[in-house]
Design a protein around this ligand. Structure first.
Ligand SMILES: [Zn+2]
Length: 598
């Protein structure tokens, strides 16, 4: 891989203003020679995050994160090291030099840069055509009629593609781009009758789709003429544009998402614009109705709470329920904002005069703040659709809601939801609770398992509840931290051996996580019930476990101490004297733990 010259990296660090970079995510106040603020990496009430502008370093005394400006951009914007260096280079006008690049990689990089430039200049052309051309009057009227002001449209670089067949083609050729390059960028397409190429977008309002760094990847085009088909047309999948990992508006929403602690997902370009105009900036749109795992992953880099604000019609509801599957195992809480059926945010936020819009924005903010947890939304949807007239209909409804509730963590929300279900289905609350509890210890499969012939407990009988030992707690906590913080976690997962664990299942979970720490429950089969239950618990716990390098190291030392204690005990039991080496190691560990800088 191509490396940047160390001189380039130094110049980027020199030019970058760390206070400015960090300020996009948290408000900083000067205190002496440093700046302090609430940590953008963990949830806190009193500031323990500190930035040193002279040394260009940051550090959190709460969760232990720290590093230089490049590290900050890597962590906070979810970029790789080279991308972070380039992003900062772009932003602060430093050209980064590479040493000895592999010629093919170099060629590829240059091509991407060229295609990116082509898209940028085309976006600029569309925008100037929208605002300056007399032919664009209809489009301007349409946008004004949708309640979108010039300011937000210019902000997002919205433009218009002319109606002619070859405007973009000719302009591109004049700027020395080949037809092949214009095709690769999705701007022109070949005629099916073999009569050459023509502009892919004509008479369409053009929304530039940018990546998290603000680089144009493609366009969404909305028809201007009444009988024009299709109504919406996006760039084709290509070298730069990939629908599945694109979120419209992410470049502008990113800092707002971190500050607000949540991302709001809407369906269309105009919804995003309408929200920004209403000063609700933490909003992105999915490209299509269903949110993809890639999109959830992008959002998870900035926040752990995603609010779906999709139209509550049938397809919107189905999209939201599918999101549940997509997000399972990711460290993201999904919520659903209740919007009136048949209305999208753009309709709600742009209707009527100024005061009506202010009210609508207030209501939208409330709906987002009071969004219900997705499983709650799911259960209520099922109840609303249920036939509650007959006992058979109520039984069916109960069958449907029990697995949804069973998958929720134990909580007051869950308790209340069970009461609500009992109420709606005119059932005894005890029945609902028993059904949910039975599901927790007896998955459908175990009923088919033959009962054991060796006189052991019959299959499916619940294991007697036993409080966890401190060591078991620690084992689980460390594994959860490895999941919560995979970068540091990798090292610990490698260092942990079966001897560090007090049970075989914990050791097996560790082995599993070594390969699957990014998505622990993703391909985990329920056939191995014990492993499944353990890993699921770890994944759930990882959402709450504050993972810091310090806490991980301390937990590791404690487990290491337990392992050495086991060895000493085993040696004693065998009647022998434990080797001096073991006692020395035990002493060292006890010392390290006692003096651990918490
Ligand atoms: Zn922190």
């Amino acid at each position: 891989m191509a490396q940047f010259t160390s001189d380039s990296i130094e110049r980027v660090k020199e030019a970058a203003d760390i206070v400015e970079v960090v300020s996009a995510y948290t408000d900083l106040r000067r205190s002496g020679t440093r700046f302090a603020g609430l940590c953008p990496f963990h949830d806190e009430r009193t500031p323990s995050f500190s930035v040193d502008p002279a040394a260009k370093l940051y550090h959190c005394f709460g969760c232990g994160v720290g590093g230089d400006v490049i590290k900050f951009v890597e962590e906070k914007e979810g970029l790789s090291f080279p991308d972070a260096v380039e992003a900062l280079g772009d932003r602060y006008g430093v050209e980064v030099q590479r040493e000895r690049e592999d010629p093919r990689a170099e060629e590829q990089r240059k091509r991407r840069t060229r295609l990116g430039e082509l898209l940028e200049r085309t976006a600029a052309f569309y925008a100037s055509f929208l605002w300056d051309s007399p032919q664009a009057q209809k489009a301007r009227d349409y946008l004004a009629g949708r309640g979108l002001g010039e300011e937000v449209l210019r902000d997002f670089g919205v433009g218009l593609a002319p109606g002619k067949w070859d405007t973009v083609l000719v302009r591109g050729q004049r700027a020395s781009y080949s037809v092949e390059e214009m095709r690769a960028a999705g701007l022109v397409q070949a005629s099916q009758k073999g009569r050459g190429d023509y502009d892919a977008f004509r008479s369409r309002i053009m929304f530039p789709i940018r990546d998290a760094r603000g680089r144009v990847q493609g366009f969404g085009g909305r028809a201007v003429l009444p009988d024009q088909q299709p109504k919406y047309k996006n760039s084709p999948e290509g070298e730069l544009y990939r629908k599945r990992r694109t979120l419209f508006g992410i470049d502008r929403a990113r800092p707002a998402i971190t500050k607000a602690g949540r991302a709001v997902v809407v369906e269309g370009y105009t919804d995003v614009l309408a929200c920004h105009q209403a000063e609700i900036p933490e909003v992105v749109a999915v490209m299509g109705t269903a949110i993809t795992p890639e999109q959830v992953k992008i959002l998870a880099a900035y926040t752990d709470e995603v609010v779906l604000a999709l139209d509550a019609d049938r397809s919107g509801r189905e999209a939201m329920l599918r999101a549940q599957t997509v997000a399972s195992g990711k460290r993201v809480r999904l919520r659903v904002a209740g919007l009136p059926e048949g209305k999208d945010p753009a309709d709600l936020l742009t209707d009527g005069d100024d005061s009506a819009r202010r009210d609508a924005a207030e209501r939208f903010r409330d709906a987002v703040s009071n969004a219900e947890e997705l499983p709650v939304f799911h259960v209520r949807t099922l109840l609303a659709d249920a036939d509650t007239e007959s006992p058979a209909g109520r039984d069916r409804a109960l069958d449907e809601v029990v697995p949804v509730i069973g998958a929720m963590p134990d909580s007051i929300t869950r308790e209340e939801l069970m009461r609500e279900v009992a109420d709606r289905l005119a059932a005894d609350p005890g029945l609902v609770a028993r059904r949910v509890a039975a599901l927790g210890r007896k998955p459908a499969r175990s009923a088919e398992r033959p009962s054991r012939a060796d006189g052991g407990p019959p299959a499916g009988s619940p294991a007697p509840a036993r409080p966890m030992s401190a060591r078991e707690h620690r084992e689980e906590a460390l594994l959860a931290m490895c999941v919560a913080s995979p970068a540091d976690g990798r090292e610990y997962l490698e260092r942990l051996t079966p001897e560090h664990f007090s049970s075989p299942v914990a050791a097996r979970a560790c082995t599993w996580l070594r390969e699957h720490s990014e998505d622990p429950t993703d391909s985990l089969s329920r056939d191995d019930e014990e492993l499944w239950a353990y890993v699921t618990r770890v994944a759930m716990r990882s959402e709450r476990e504050p993972a810091s390098a310090g806490a991980m190291e301390l937990n590791f030392l404690e487990l290491e101490l337990a392992r050495v204690d086991d060895q000493i005990a085993a040696a004693n039991e065998n009647g022998g004297e434990p080797p001096v080496e073991l006692h020395r190691r035990r002493g060292e560990l006890a010392e390290q733990i006692a003096h651990f800088d918490r």
